[in-house]
Design a protein around this ligand. Sequence first.
Ligand SMILES: NC(=O)c1ccc[n+]([C@@H]2O[C@H](COP(=O)([O-])OP(=O)(O)OC[C@H]3O[C@@H](n4cnc5c(N)ncnc54)[C@H](O)[C@@H]3O)[C@@H](O)[C@H]2O)c1
Length: 253
Amino acid sequence: MQLKNKVAFITGAGAGIGQAISLLFALEGAAVTLFDINQTYLDETAKIIHGFGTDFLSICGSVTSSSDISSAIQATEQAFGGLDILIANAGVAMRGSVVDMSEADWNRVLDINLGGVFRVSKYGIPCLLKRGGGSIINLASTQSFRGYPGWAGYAASKGAIVALTRQVAMEYSKQRIRCNAIAPGAVDTPMNAGVFGSAPDPAAERQKWADATPLGRLGIGEDIARAALYLASDDSSWVTGTCMVVDGGQLAG
Ligand SMILES: NC(=O)c1ccc[n+]([C@@H]2O[C@H](COP(=O)([O-])OP(=O)(O)OC[C@H]3O[C@@H](n4cnc5c(N)ncnc54)[C@H](O)[C@@H]3O)[C@@H](O)[C@H]2O)c1
């Protein structure tokens, strides 16, 4: 019960990595607010957590909306008496090189992936300050550090998340708010099911990604959730401003 008496706000909590983090944090004793744009995904995650018997809220909204984020954070404080952990996880994968992608797609991927991280910190940090500190975890990517042709907007958003993470860490270290990022490699989630599905042979594409990972398999949500648990808990009390790479060895290879 590493997160007993802690309260966590998690975006993109309905599926994939966000769902895995939500389930692990609930099992570790945290009260969690599940925030997602997809009500069906939210209901699936809520059903599992309901079975654990722990406190949770389920709120449908978009990370692109300041009012959705701020009212969900307010509801979290009201329901659980405070907020300790922010997980800015919601994101979308959009293909396109600089020339190919439309300006509308560029704006959209930046608004969801980077704007979502900004809004979670903007509206969540005042609550963490009231508790005398807290932990913020932002989802970056191996694409924050390495170029893969055809992902210009996504990579730009993920690189900026690492810079914003450092920035928030420096701005709030004196107030005992830690801010770190996690850079996952290829994880088996609905996001990547979509990426594989767009290839001519989805099964072969999936296998290709697994083979390109030195540890020989795709990640699972729990691989990332375990890193998030470390960064959220007091085990990482001297860790801030960093980005933890959890990628099966992809960047080292
Ligand atoms: N899966 C990977 O291989 C991988 C690798 C590196 C980084 N990441 C990052 O990890 C995070 C989670 O990825 P995933 O693979 O679990 O994605 P996913 O698509 O499987 O799940 C994302 C969740 O976010 C929700 N969401 C999407 N747009 C939203 C919005 N505007 N407002 C609120 N919720 C929204 C979706 O409904 C979904 O439940 C993302 O930021 C992604 O970029 C994933």
